[in-house]
Design a protein around this ligand. Structure first.
Ligand SMILES: Cc1ncc(COP(=O)(O)O)c(C=O)c1O
Length: 449
């Protein structure tokens, strides 16, 4: 029987979930926090490339990549080697108190991926939410202002500061009391549902008007606003790209008023869209960039990268015990190398290939309302009726579940979107399998309505 190392497409050998998976799920229900949102019964054991094997020996094609984390696939040999070598040499030294040669080495590499007119500096943390927390603190510190503007549908994390920005699903905020003051949200340019009938290139003009003509005049004077934070492609909110002109205009407005532009690349970054950073498609240079997920192939590492003139805070203003842990940094160094030399280009190429194959989905499947994204960040919005665009969360969930039972791992996003965010190393055979499988699922689900 071929091993996980040898196969490229799924192989299911038991009903799902299998007997071993059922045992783990029962133990999990007894001891684990019920707040975790498992969409289906995958109990993972090992992984290689874009394949994940479960505890019963079933293999799946992973088009979720641990929520866009396993950028170089599961357990890439070069990442594993780097992690093992570093773990044998030094597991921990706190970068807050001491130096380690890997810290400036990775910081320099990261900054080199974000060219622009200004030099940049880096702070390492452990998770996306920490990167956002740090960015909020830095923006307030640097501007001596405290107001923040974010967008409806955005997801920036679940700790209390980042949660104050998050406006994706009300369950994420409900019952957690008063969040950070001085935060307001404005609509995100959502071309498929643009109330003004704009296209994916022009949607958002009215939002910028709202910002300048209403928000700035009636709520927050611009000189009170520390930062505007945006995901260039909303992730959790439904894989919705912001038009390039919108990001460019936002930058202009920020520059005009001394407001910092924070770009959250936690999900969209590290080569996933075919460029290092999704904001590069708009040719802007943000003041602060938040990075996590794909940067270390699954080891917990995040960063926020700020223009040198912004990151001027004093010794002791911000710190961390684990952030920039040597093992995670070693993993990130190996990851960036792989992305630079092959996977970023592969993400672009495979993204073009997949979008080329999906161009007629809205014509062929009546439940597919919209297909959107960039590179290997692909969203498919599921509707009950293409004319009314009625959101069909139940049909979306049915597709995601059926795909799992056929060996394809995807995730939901937003209210009614399927997200595909595979490892950046997938090939055409794997893309074809995913496309074929989703098409089968659409046909089966369409028969039920
Ligand atoms: C854009 C974005 N920002 C921040 C976060 C929070 O990251 P973490 O879950 O690592 O705290 C996420 C997580 O999905 C995200 O997608």
């Amino acid at each position: 029987m071929p091993t996980t190392l040898e196969i490229k497409t799924p192989r299911l050998i038991t009903a799902l979930p299998g007997a071993n998976a059922q045992q783990v799920i029962a133990a999990d229900a007894k001891f684990m926090s019920p707040s975790l949102t498992r969409e289906y019964a995958l109990v993972a054991k090992k992984g290689h490339g874009a394949i994940v094997e479960d505890v019963d020996g079933n293999s799946f094609l992973d088009f979720a990549a641990g929520i866009a984390v396993c950028s170089t696939g599961h357990c890439h040999p070069k990442v594993v080697e780097a992690v093992q070598k570093q773990a044998a040499e030094l597991i921990h030294i706190s970068g807050t108190d001491f130096y380690h040669h890997h810290l400036p080495q990775l910081a320099e590499k990261l900054v080199a991926t974000m060219p622009g007119r200004e030099a940049k500096k880096v702070f390492f943390g452990n998770s996306g939410t920490e990167a956002v927390e740090g960015a909020i603190k830095l923006a307030r510190y640097a501007t001596k202002r405290d107001k923040l503007i974010a967008f409806y549908g955005c997801f920036h994390g679940r700790t209390l500061g980042s949660l104050s920005l998050t406006a994706s699903k009300n369950t994420q905020r409900k019952n957690f009391g008063t969040l950070l003051g001085g935060v307001e949200h404005i609509p995100f340019p959502y071309a498929y549902r643009c109330p003004h009938g704009h296209t994916a290139e022009t949607c958002g003009t009215e939002i910028l008007e709202l910002l300048e003509q209403q928000m700035f005049k009636r709520l927050f004077a611009p000189e009170e606003i520390a930062a505007i934070i945006i995901e260039p492609i909303q992730g959790e909110g439904g894989f919705i790209p912001a038009p390039a002109f919108f990001l460019q205009e936002l930058q202009r407005i920020c520059n005009r008023h001394g407001i910092l532009l924070i770009v959250d690349e936690v999900q969209s970054g590290v080569g996933r869209t075919g460029k290092w950073w999704a904001y590069e498609h708009a040719g802007i240079e943000p003041d602060i960039v938040c990075v996590a997920k794909g940067i270390a192939s699954g080891m917990p590492l995040s960063a926020f990268v700020a223009k040198e003139g912004v990151m001027t805070w004093k010794k002791g203003s911000h710190g961390t015990t684990y952030g920039g842990n040597p093992v995670c940094i070693a993993s990130a160094l190996a990851t960036l190398d792989l992305i630079e030399h092959s996977y970023r280009e592969n993400a672009r190429k495979m993204g073009d290939y997949i979008f080329g194959r999906l161009h007629d989905w809205t014509k062929r499947f009546k439940i597919v309302g919209d297909v959107r994204g960039k590179g290997l960040m692909i969203g498919v919005e599921i509707v009950r009726d293409q004319k009314t665009k009625e959101k069909a969360a139940d049909l979306r969930d049915a597709v995601v579940s059926k795909a799992f039972h056929k060996g394809l791992l995807t995730l939901s996003a937003g209210e009614n979107t399927i997200r595909m965010s595979p490892p950046l190393l997938i090939d055409e055979e794997q893309a074809d399998f995913a496309i074929r499988t989703l098409e089968e699922c659409f046909r089966e689900v369409e028969k039920t309505i």
